[in-house]
Design a protein around this ligand. Structure first.
Ligand SMILES: C[S@@+](CC[C@H](N)C(=O)[O-])C[C@H]1O[C@@H](n2cnc3c(N)ncnc32)[C@H](O)[C@@H]1O
Length: 310
């Protein structure tokens, strides 16, 4: 274990500053909810101290106990040496202003879809007609649970083919008090759910990293399940499976919201005739499209089921 002289460090602000300096000096990669050393350091220090992630800076002068200092020094060293993302070190990540338990069986929540959930999927969704929702590739259950809280009258299927992910989504649903609303189950995409009633909203942040990017992932991402990231040569394997299933299962007014990251050009090449709308985000993020069920049905009925060249 690396040692550093931390004798002069006493306050929350001291530890955030010191951690940020160590992170910067060791060229860590930031991509799990932060994009710079200061924010990453604040996430680790505040999370370790069980303080809210948006703690007012008035508290940064508060002093730490010796036990807190020792625990933080160890976590800062581990972040540097193992490259484990902060959320795995703490066992917790934030999404839509909610805390979720995470472990190395699930992706660390960070989808820009959070912003759409907070806006009730306006202007894409008729919110008076949201009775059943599916979150496809649910991981920790963050999207499914945030949707359940945003649409308290809707039932939500939280689907994943990973058993440990389903277990964690179940636990998170209970911790947020929505266990009666969210049903987490093991499913290959949408295949295992009851076909009726049809779905008013399908949300998915599926794996979408292409083979070239997978081969060059920073060490931090190698702690995440590869099955949550990798999606074949062009990053569209998961989307190719989800689109025709969504076409069959969306209600009359239903929509699919799907994230594919940097894959917009590949998507347009694979599905040249599928008219989707790409969403703009105020807080950053890209590669999320919206398409309605009627458009999907027309596209997939008109072809052999592939609706494209992909
Ligand atoms: C990018 S992660 C998204 C997790 C979560 N929705 C989030 O935004 O944090 C993709 C998820 O899809 C799941 N997955 C991969 N292949 C699947 C399949 N064939 N059927 C269902 N889920 C699958 C992975 O286990 C992983 O949990």
């Amino acid at each position: 274990m690396q040692t550093h002289d931390t004798d002069g460090l006493v306050t929350i602000g001291d530890y955030i500053r010191w951690a940020a300096s160590r992170f910067q000096a060791n060229a860590l990669h930031f991509g799990h909810g932060t994009d710079n050393a200061i924010d990453e350091a604040a996430a680790l220090v505040l999370g370790s101290l069980h303080l809210p992630p948006d703690l007012h800076s008035d508290y940064f002068g508060c002093r730490l106990t010796r036990a807190e200092q020792a625990a933080l020094s160890a976590q800062i060293a581990e972040r540097i040496e193992s490259r484990r993302p902060v959320a795995y070190l703490l066992g917790q990540a934030w999404f839509c202003g909610l805390a979720f338990a995470v472990n190395e069986h699930v992706l660390i929540p960070r989808s820009p879809i959070a912003e759409m959930i907070e806006a009730g999927f306006s202007p894409w969704l008729d919110t008076t007609e949201v009775h059943r929702i599916a979150d496809v590739g649910t991981g920790s259950g963050c999207i499914a649970i945030a949707c359940a809280l945003a649409f308290p009258d809707a039932q939500v299927d939280a689907l994943d083919n990973s058993a440990p992910a389903v277990a964690l989504a179940t636990r998170n649903a209970a911790e947020h008090g929505v266990e009666d609303q969210v049903s987490a189950s093991q499913s290959d995409w949408l295949s295992a759910i009851e076909p009726q009633p049809l779905l008013d909203l399908i949300v998915s942040n599926p794996p979408y990293v292409d083979a070239k990017a997978m081969a060059n992932l920073p060490a931090e991402y190698q702690h995440e399940p590869q099955a949550a990231l990798a999606a074949g040569r062009d990053g569209l394997d998961a989307v190719r499976a989800i689109l025709p299933q969504a076409a069959e299962r969306l209600s009359e007014h239903g929509i699919l919201v799907c994230e594919i990251g940097h894959g917009q050009a590949a998507f347009t090449q694979a599905f040249p005739d599928l008219a989707v709308t790409w969403v703009s985000f105020a807080r950053g993020g890209e590669g999320v499209f919206v398409v309605d069920g009627a458009t999907l049905r027309a596209a997939f009925a008109a072809t052999d089921g592939s609706a494209g060249t992909g």
